[in-house]
Design a protein. Structure first.
Length: 72
């Protein structure tokens, strides 16, 4: 399953890269991309675990950029 999310208050490209690397390490995630310029994130992950994976994605992003919000 592939989904796109809008990001709010992502401050720098370096933070986007760190988020992307962290998300790719989450079990069940096949691919992830975080675009600083577009303020968007694309996640490709197992459909049956998607909600649980998204909780981990939100936690990962909060560690890197506490002010950034993922508009689910």
């Amino acid at each position: 399953m592939k989904k796109k999310f809008k990001l709010q208050d992502l401050d720098c490209a370096n933070c986007a890269a760190k988020m992307e690397d962290g998300i790719k390490k989450i079990p069940g995630v096949h691919d992830a991309s975080v675009s600083f310029m577009m303020q968007k994130m694309t996640i490709e992950a197992d459909e049956d675990q998607f909600d649980e994976i998204m909780k981990q994605v939100v936690a990962c992003c909060a560690k890197v950029e506490p002010d950034c919000k993922i508009l689910l």
